[in-house]
Design a protein around this ligand. Structure first.
Ligand code: NAG
Length: 511
């Protein structure tokens, strides 16, 4: 956290990183974002032991070994219940943040982590694989709600630190993935006795958050706007900023509130029917679908089995997997550093391009694996190259692009759609990848290559650079495609639109 201090020198009262802000950031990201990443990767390493457990449990119950097809089905479900839960979790975000507040939602969300952590921890003693599958669903709900973290932190942070603090949330997700991979090493917890602990550990960050976060402030914007509690909002701001004079910021918030109220909010349905936003909407759907269907989570969910098929030696797989996670962390940091200079478009296009090339090369490597002895190394390089390509653009940027393409009024609805699309495609990949692998064998990654190319071409042709552009400018770029006219002096174009839909100022909940 110390790095941010450099940016926050008290020139013209730029916000600085106070102890309260730093600790809140740490607790919320560790308690929630970290956990999300952890649960993405956690069942990869112990998968073979867990499958043995499924088989043995079945044997004990029915006195015959489990059929292979049934085991594949149960395993796919164990993986895919997580993103399915994420889908339902993401639908719960809007009602929760408005009713319980941002901090309140994060605290409440710990139930969805501690309960399944206990369930997974006792699954072996209870001799039930059903418990694991249900627990994966619940912990998925927890992950779906984790988008509240950047919302909460961005509302706490002073303007000049917002970017950096949102990156912290992103970063902790990748660190969570890496931690699960490290703890999943055979000598540590990735073995026949340790896997229940490995799965159950996700409850620890949740417990810490539950115990510590209550001492930290609720979002001042929430207090002021939703609760109308100016006194608390002021107190919280003073605590967060480390100075007493917060009137200016409070009145800024009030202004924003008024303009938000005047503009109303688009419901999902009115966003879908809005001509002037049509191609923006299609774009975020394509980008978010492409992000998931490009296969990144196939790699995080099934890394070990992919490496095993690529001929990597059994004992080396775990270290290669950890290496993949480490590369992922580094690339997300790199992406955060270059995204403002290179722009979103270039990083997205090249990221999907790299992914496509990596998939094709990986397919070639798989096919020559029997004849050329060093092919497993090529395979490792391809997967690592793939993860790098993903982490530089397609991973972190869709969220940013979604924010930038829509103005405040339409943003909640846009996020709702982007989130649903994200989790549903994630679910499809988690569920179908084992079947894809069985059906197409070494050619399964070609499917991902095709999806990457399609997404890349789409972005190349349709998506404009959104860096440093206002909403109106972006709207103008899209105007021709949307076949709507935009009058240059009509700075309030989106307002006119939203007035029509003021009747249905149902918040994001209207899905
Ligand atoms: C389940 O275990 C038995 C031996 O205990 C084994 O013969 C069988 O192949 C296993 N089934 C699967 C699907 O792995």
């Amino acid at each position: 956290m110390a790095d941010y201090k450099k940016e926050g020198k008290p020139v013209e009262r730029k916000g600085r990183v106070t102890v309260v802000l730093a600790l809140t950031t740490f607790i919320a990201t560790f308690g929630s974002s970290f956990q999300y990443g952890y649960n993405v990767a956690v069942i990869n390493s112990p998968s073979q032991f867990m499958q043995q457990f499924y088989n043995a449990t079945y044997m004990e119950r029915y006195n015959r070994p489990m059929e292979e097809g049934f085991l594949t089905l149960l395993w796919s479900l164990s993986v895919a219940m997580f993103p399915l839960g994420g889908f339902f979790g993401s639908l719960m975000v809007a009602p929760l943040v408005n009713r319980l507040g941002r901090k309140g939602t994060l605290l409440f969300n710990n139930i969805f982590s501690i309960v399944p952590a206990v369930m997974m921890g006792v699954s072996e003693i209870a001799k039930s694989y059903e418990i694991i599958i249900v627990a994966r669903f619940i912990v998925g709900i927890c992950a779906g709600i984790v988008v509240v973290v950047p919302m909460y932190l961005c509302e706490l942070a002073p303007k000049n630190l917002r970017g950096a603090i949102c990156v912290a949330a992103e970063l902790l997700i990748t660190i969570g993935i890496l931690s699960a991979q490290v703890l999943g090493i055979r000598h540590i917890l990735g073995n026949s006795t340790g896997w229940t602990i490995l799965l159950g550990l996700t409850g620890i960050p949740a417990l810490l958050e539950l115990l510590l976060l209550p001492f930290f402030p609720e979002s001042p914007r929430y207090l002021l706007m939703q609760k109308g509690d100016e006194k608390s909002a002021r107190k919280v701001l003073q605590r967060l900023r480390g100075w007493d004079d917060v009137d200016e910021e409070l009145s800024e918030m009030r202004l924003e509130e008024q303009s938000e109220k005047a503009e109303g909010r688009l419901s999902v349905f009115s966003l879908l029917s809005q001509r002037s936003l049509r191609w923006q909407l299609i774009s975020i759907i394509v980008i978010n679908t492409g992000q998931q269907l490009s296969g990144i989570n196939a790699i995080f969910y099934y890394a070990d089995s992919i490496y095993a098929k690529a001929g990597v030696r059994e004992n080396d797989i775990q270290y290669v997997t950890v290496g993949t996670g480490a590369v992922n962390v580094c690339m997300v940091i790199a992406s955060a550093c270059i995204v403002e200079s290179l722009g979103r478009r270039l990083l997205l296009v090249s990221g999907f391009g790299i992914n496509c090339i990596a998939c094709v090369l990986f397919t070639v490597a798989l096919n020559f694996q029997e004849t050329v002895s060093w092919m497993p190394y090529v395979s490792i390089a391809c997967i690592i190259g793939y993860v790098m390509g993903h982490a530089i653009g397609p991973g972190p940027l869709p969220f940013l692009v979604t924010t930038e393409m829509f103005r405040q009024t339409a943003r909640p609805a846009a996020f709702m759609i982007a989130g649903s699309v994200h989790w549903l495609s994630n679910f499809i990949i988690g569920l179908l990848f084992p079947y894809l692998e069985k059906g197409l064998g070494s050619y399964s990654f070609l499917v991902f290559a095709v999806i990457c190319v399609i997404t890349m071409v789409y972005i190349w042709l349709v998506v404009p650079e959104t860096k440093n552009k206002t909403f109106l400018e972006i709207c103008q770029i899209f105007a021709k495609r949307n076949k709507v006219e935009i009058k240059l002096d009509a700075g309030d174009l989106p307002m006119k639109e939203s007035k029509e839909s003021l009747g249905d100022v149902v918040k994001v909940t209207a899905f």
